[in-house]
Design a protein. Structure first.
Length: 152
């Protein structure tokens, strides 16, 4: 068996090298995607905690408003009603913010499924293509890294 680039052994080595490069690139991209989703989850949880705190105080102000209305202290009740309206508006705004941030979170299984689908497509278009096998060099960058960087 010869070791020239056109032999079967050369083709198998190129495919093995390409598989190793692809595996390293996929693991790095997967870690980046999972990190991005994790950061989005933390931000959403912080906003949800703030929204929960405002909802708690809104309930407290509702109780305080009921007590003031029963005491018939109208001037104080008017002030409490204004503060209640402000807290209620803030709570609604924060709940809407949590809802919009929640949609940005990608589940780990969806991330993995997406990355595996991209890898399968890359293998089919790059490695299984006879022109790519015939045109790929024996060493160095086979163009896959440049294509992967263009996707980001």
């Amino acid at each position: 068996m010869s070791d020239d680039p056109g032999s079967w052994l050369g083709l198998v080595r190129r495919v093995g090298r390409a598989f190793g490069e692809l595996l390293r690139a996929e693991l790095a991209a997967l870690a980046e995607d999972l990190g991005r989703s994790g950061r989005a989850l933390v931000r959403a949880l912080v906003v949800a905690a703030v929204a929960g705190a405002f909802a708690f105080w809104t309930l407290g102000l509702t109780i305080y408003l009921a007590v003031e209305l029963l005491a018939l202290a109208l001037p104080r009740a008017g002030a409490v009603a204004i503060v209640f309206g402000l807290f209620l508006a803030l709570s609604i705004g924060l709940v809407l913010a949590v809802r919009s941030r929640w949609s940005a979170i990608e589940s780990p299984d969806a991330t993995l499924r997406r990355r595996l689908g991209e890898a399968a497509g890359w293998w089919q278009s790059r490695v299984a293509d006879e022109d790519a096998l015939a045109g790929g060099g024996a060493g160095g960058d086979s163009g896959g890294e440049r294509e992967r960087e263009g996707e980001a």
